[in-house]
Design a protein around this ligand. Structure first.
Ligand SMILES: Cc1cc2nc3c(=O)[nH]c(=O)nc-3n(C[C@H](O)[C@H](O)[C@H](O)COP(=O)(O)O)c2cc1C
Length: 240
């Protein structure tokens, strides 16, 4: 089959910006709330008193590798706090916008972070949502979910032995309302920035990490009880 006939190629061409289509919108899409919050959930407060001393930045870049052999290491609250900070910590305020460690097209921040804690003596195992504004984890489902996540990731067993699995979803409306279908490109770029921050932070902390793009989308959406317009787009495992 010709590459040009694939949906991927069609999408790329359809969402190209040209001097003739600037400002073109196929349909108008209303914006969405900028934050997702679970106010009734039990919370685990994250905190960082001091940044750790780490190897030099370029050494960290040089060492980063996708590593999948984990030993069910008990991850600490401090390590989880630093990883969540690397993902989506607030680092500045500009009007209504809460600026973060990773950039986002239009400062619209369409990505939601969920964290599956598999092994930790300080945080009860379970699925949590990262609450951006108060830097806490909201408990959504209690208990060890590593085996289920491994099954939903096409049987990739290292998800079951990782200390923690990041699950990133996109709230499409936040970005599509401004950029139309081209916004989907930005959503994937946004999540890649977040993930790379986490991969480098893991390396800096002496942990192992691996990004994961192979999973059953709909099944994970259902498992996390995501909203109708929200969908999982990327995972990453962290362990030792
Ligand atoms: C978008 C994306 C999806 C990936 N999905 C998986 C995956 O599902 N399972 C896996 O074991 N590795 C996955 N990887 C890791 C790649 O296999 C890895 O980055 C590649 O082999 C290069 O190795 P390195 O990361 O150690 O440099 C993914 C990487 C990216 C960027």
């Amino acid at each position: 089959m010709s590459l040009k006939k694939t949906k991927a190629f069609e999408f790329l061409i359809y969402t190209n910006l040209t001097s003739r289509n600037l400002g073109f919108r196929e349909v108008s899409v209303f914006p969405a709330a900028p934050f997702k919050e679970y106010p009734k959930a039990k919370k685990v407060k994250l905190s960082i008193n001091q940044f750790p001393s780490t190897p030099p930045f370029f050494e960290i870049l040089n060492k980063r590798r996708s590593k999948r052999g984990y030993n069910r290491y008990s991850i600490s609250l401090r390590e989880v706090s630093l990883l969540c900070y690397a993902a989506q910590g607030i680092t500045g305020v500009a009007g209504f916008y809460l600026l973060r460690t990773a950039p986002s097209a239009g400062a619209l921040y369409p990505i939601e972070t969920y964290v599956a804690i598999n092994f930790s003596e300080e945080i009860p195992p379970g699925i949590y949502h990262l609450e951006i504004k108060d830097f806490s984890l909201a408990l959504l489902k209690e208990g060890y979910m590593g085996k289920i996540l491994a099954e939903l990731s096409l049987g990739q067993r290292f998800l079951a032995t990782a200390s923690l699995v990041f699950i990133w979803s996109a709230v499409l409306r936040r970005t599509i309302s401004k950029y139309g279908s081209r916004g989907l490109r930005y959503i994937f770029m946004d999540v890649a920035h977040i993930c790379q921050n986490v991969l480098l932070a893991s390396e800096a902390l002496g942990l192992k990490a691996c990004p994961v793009g192979a999973f059953l989308d709909e099944e994970i959406n259902k498992f996390l009880e995501l909203d109708e317009e929200e969908s999982v787009i990327y995972l990453a495992t962290i362990g030792k």
